[in-house]
Design a protein around this ligand. Structure first.
Ligand code: UDP
Ligand code: MG
Length: 322
């Protein structure tokens, strides 16, 4: 396969209330890009694309200011906060380049490995995953929740590259393939491996957030995990079926036991077991209904086919018509 010798690169950076870290992020990423362009690794018209995900602080003002007089910076403002995954999708939709790297604004991911990603692309990979070697910089709680998150997802049958978040390189065609998935419920880490194409990994150590605080509180993380599971696998439904089957088998035994008791004349006792059975079955049924409901809810949202995001403004680069 022939690949353009000096590909254009777009680095997509979702920003939600990242005013504290923005200037550092801009400076560091610009330096890395200038370096790569200097070495002939990427084309001179490569650029950074910041996606403002409805920030309430002055992130957008800073993005606009950065675009002024700098042809290597572009900005995209979403009409409201839609979450990290949708902000990324918006960036990928707008990015027009041979290779697209997505990275968080907080510089927790080692930007020096972007070079290695580009090299892996030049060597033939369409997807390059950034994989964290160590999480020493994260707090114990963050590490524990993140690790449980991957474990549970794996148990539920979601295939993903473990310790890979949303720091990755996509070739133009891999990006187009990803955007062809039209679903409303987006969990990119689970979707990207479904595309196929040749992929590889680059490894790095995760640093601390350069400034500001995490925009992923436990609540958002739990909903991301739930999103990932319910949008990528039906294992929970299978678990319900298996549970139903096991309980049915158990109840057969209980039936025989009850009949036996009846004919041996010991039928007065048994209040406790009846109560336990009622509570247990009630609980299991409610839980099962809840899980099924979660999937029905997903179907409901999918059938609406609502637009995932609206772009309020573009700055920098060729002005777009939206
Ligand atoms: N982010 C976003 N929209 C949101 C929440 C987060 O665009 O609603 C962005 C955020 O600005 C950052 C990235 O997603 O660039 C990852 O967020 P963060 O670093 O806070 O997550 P953590 O590393 O703590 O999991
Ligand atoms: Mg972070």
């Amino acid at each position: 396969m022939t690949k353009q010798v000096t590909p254009t690169l777009a680095i997509v950076v979702p920003c939600y209330n990242e005013s504290e870290v923005f200037s550092l992020c801009l400076r560091e990423l610009s330096a890395v890009m200038a370096d790569m362009a200097g070495n002939g690794l990427i084309a001179g018209n490569s650029y950074l694309l910041f996606v403002d995900d409805g920030s309430k602080d002055d992130s957008w003002t800073q993005i606009e200011a950065a675009c002024r007089g700098n042809g290597h910076v572009r900005g995209l403002k979403l009409s409201r906060n839609k979450g990290h995954q949708v902000a990324l999708m918006a960036g990928l939709t707008a990015a027009d380049a041979d290779i697209i790297v997505s990275i968080d604004a907080d510089l927790q991911d080692d930007i020096s490995v972007i070079q290695d990603m580009v090299k892996a692309y030049l060597a033939g990979s369409d997807i390059v995953y950034g994989v964290r070697g160590s999480r020493d910089a994260d707090s114990g709680f963050k590490r524990f929740t993140a690790e449980s998150f991957y474990k549970i997802m794996e148990l539920m049958g979601v295939q993903q590259v473990s310790n890979h978040a949303d720091f990755r390189l996509l070739s133009r065609r891999a990006c187009a393939a990803l955007l062809a998935y039209r679903e409303q419920n987006i969990y990119l880490r689970g979707l990207v491996p479904l595309i196929g194409f040749k992929s590889s990994c680059v490894y790095y150590d995760r640093a601390e957030r350069a400034a500001g605080e995490s925009k992923y509180p436990l609540k958002k993380m739990l909903s991301l995990a739930l999103e990932g599971i319910t949008s990528l696998t039906v294992t929970p439904l299978r678990i319900i079926a298996a549970l139903g089957l096991s309980i049915s088998a158990l109840s057969m035994v209980a039936t025989f036991y009850s009949i036996l008791l009846k004919y041996t004349g010991k039928t007065v006792e048994g209040w406790t077991s009846v109560m336990i059975a009622i509570f247990f079955m009630g609980g299991v049924q409610m839980l099962s209904l809840g899980i099924i409901g979660e999937y029905v809810g997903k179907i409901y949202m999918e059938t609406k086919g609502r637009p995932k995001f609206f772009v309020e403004k573009h700055v920098g680069g060729a002005p777009d018509a939206s």
